[in-house]
Each structure stands twice: as structure tokens, then as C-alpha cells.
Ligand binder design. Structure first.
Ligand SMILES: Cc1cc2nc3c(=O)[nH]c(=O)nc-3n(C[C@H](O)[C@H](O)[C@H](O)COP(=O)(O)O)c2cc1C
Length: 150
């Protein structure tokens, strides 16, 4: 069993937060909100997750800033997860590159849709209503469980 931590940035509808909280309720993992307001020593962890909504096709800028500021990512096993409004798209590529540029080993990426009322979408009642749903939550828990128990 790996000692795991998950950094979470979520501001639009707390969609990503819902996923992170469900993971924390089901699995032994520490969830920390981003921006981080406590001292975190990464040497205590052997699995590090980064969770965010997608904003303009990318993880939130506070996640980028966090990765820039973290010491000790080199050689660490990491994973990423996100929620996004669009029906399609792979949103894990840029963040993977960023983590790899810090020497991290990216074990994988998980994503699902999340309720989105940004810009014009609010006039049609939003995209991805009622997402994430129970199925999404269960899928995220299974995904992180498989990494923790590896
Ligand atoms: C400013 C802004 C920009 C967004 N840009 C995208 C986008 O480029 N692609 C997409 O699929 N969803 C986009 N979304 C929708 C969010 O990714 C989606 O609602 C997500 O679940 C929000 O997560 P959160 O509630 O944890 O913040 C955007 C939302 C906001 C508020």
C-alpha cells in the first residue's frame, strides 16, 4: 500500500472536489486544497496526485504554480485527474509533460465530465448536467485504488 497525497484545485462548481472527497472517504489518501496553506514534505509520500477542473483546455494555473514550487518530485510516482465540461478531449497531456519535466514518473491520467456553466453555456442551462455522477465517482475511486495498491 502506497502512502498517497492528492492536491486538488476546484473552483467552478466543486466538481473536482466532489471526486477528491469521495476518493478520500474511500481510500487512505490525504487530500490537500490548492493553493496549499500548509507545509508538505513530499518525502513522506510515494504516490502524488494532482486534481483540477479544466479551464481553457488546461489544468488550473494554481496547479502549475504548485508543481513549479514543489521540491522532491524527481523520481516520484504521480497521477493526474480532472473534470471537464466538453463531451470529448484528452486533457492529461500538458500536465504530464510538466510533471515529467520535473523528473516525476506519471503513472496515468483519469478524467470525467463536470457540470459547466462557463460563458454561453449558462444560457442553455450548462453542459454535463448532474456530472460527476455516482458512476464517475466509483470509477475514480477504482482508478486511484489500483495505483495505491500497486
Ligand atoms: C473559466 C472556465 C474555462 C473552462 N474551459 C473549459 C475547456 O476549455 N474545456 C472543457 O472541457 N471545460 C472547460 N470548462 C468547464 C470545466 O472544466 C468543468 O466545469 C469542470 O468540471 C470544473 O471543475 P471544478 O468545478 O472542479 O472547478 C471551463 C470552465 C470555466 C469556469
Amino acid at each position: 500500500m502506497k502512502n498517497a497525497i492528492l492536491f486538488c484545485y476546484s473552483y467552478h462548481h466543486s466538481n473536482t472536489r466532489k471526486i477528491a472527497d469521495a476518493i478520500a472517504a474511500a481510500l487512505p489518501i490525504k487530500v490537500v486544497s490548492v493553493p496549499v496553506r500548509e507545509e508538505i514534505d513530499l518525502s513522506h509520500y510515494d504516490l502524488i496526485g494532482f486534481a483540477s477542473g479544466i479551464y481553457f483546455s488546461e489544468f488550473g494555473k494554481p496547479i502549475d504554480k504548485l508543481i513549479d514550487s514543489l521540491d522532491g518530485l524527481s523520481g516520484k510516482s504521480c497521477f493526474t485527474l480532472c473534470t471537464h465540461g466538453a463531451p470529448k478531449g484528452d486533457f492529461g497531456g500538458t500536465i504530464r509533460n510538466k510533471l515529467e519535466s520535473k523528473g516525476a514518473v506519471v503513472a496515468g491520467h483519469w478524467q470525467c465530465r463536470g457540470f459547466d456553466t462557463y460563458g454561453p453555456f449558462k444560457f442553455i442551462g450548462g453542459l454535463a448536467k448532474k456530472r460527476p455522477n455516482e458512476k464517475d465517482v466509483e470509477s475514480a475511486i477504482q482508478y486511484v485504488r489500483s495505483l495505491i495498491e500497486e
